[in-house]
Design a protein around this ligand. Sequence first.
Ligand code: F6P
Length: 328
Amino acid sequence: MEPKVIKRIGVLTSGGDSPGMNAAIRAAVRTGFYYNIEMFGIYRGYEGMIHNEIKKLDSKNIAHVLERGGTFLKSARSEEFRTPEGRQKAYENLKAHGIDALVVIGGDGSLTGAHLFYKEFGIPAVGLPGTIDNDLSGTDSTIGFDTACNTAIQAIDKIRDTATSHDRLFFVEVMGRDAGFIAINAGIGSAAAAILIPEKKMPIEDLVEKLKVRTKAKKTSNIVIVAEGGKSGGAAEIASKVKKLLPYYDIKVTILGHLQRGGAPSSFDRLLASKLGVAAVEGLLHGKYDVMAGLINHKVVYTPIKKAIVDDKTVDEDDFRVAKILST
Ligand code: F6P
């Protein structure tokens, strides 16, 4: 597509926050300044677009944000943006500020919003994959996923200490919505006895059998990782089913929850966010619209948003094999 002349770009973060979003905003804004573009922060995602929470950014706004978790632009899940009236209001506000393109940092819902907005109003947008869930195609890793896995592993290591001291069986629930990427990574990285993820069914009888074998092998601590979106229920539900079948186990449940979303981004996430922030603005300047910038094999790749949000990224079969070998 022939590039439009772009003079003002708005940046927003939307949906669940993820570590590295600040680094991505900073990179996009700095790149805009490098190319003499005026950069605007749209606060609270699409909600802020609708309610005109839009401010021009200067270099002070982005000083010392790279290393911080969360998003200084704040985030929200906007119901109003799902309506044509909400999107119309958002468009009027962008027009009033003379904003002619967007960088949207978020998960599949946020990128879907950018795609719809482009279709309806022709506002060019480049999306960046900002979610701890890693459930977007078109990138090997999403911004925040690596940090979330590190955070989960650190927490599980601590649980391991107390589990071993008391010979207990722990069920640890991790986030990921309906994807098992955090679970499989954190599970392999923390020597879990078993990993339950939505993508793969493990009947309760198989889990019980596995635990029995480990008891015979005199394993003193057992940690089972449960992805939150599993069809057989969360960690508490599975723990109570196992307790009925293995009553002699002292069982505890820990739900890691939102602590996985916080904290300073890892070195990997800082680099990923920085590269993609630059790619977002350069993409817009080169006429790449309605796409998501991602990193595949260390190279920037632009994937149509429609393709990136299709739920076809699955946990690698080989990760399963590895997890199985290492937990027997
Ligand atoms: O998409 C990121 C995520 O943290 C999911 O892993 C989780 O299911 C969801 O957001 C939680 O959303 P909220 O913070 O709105 O409760």
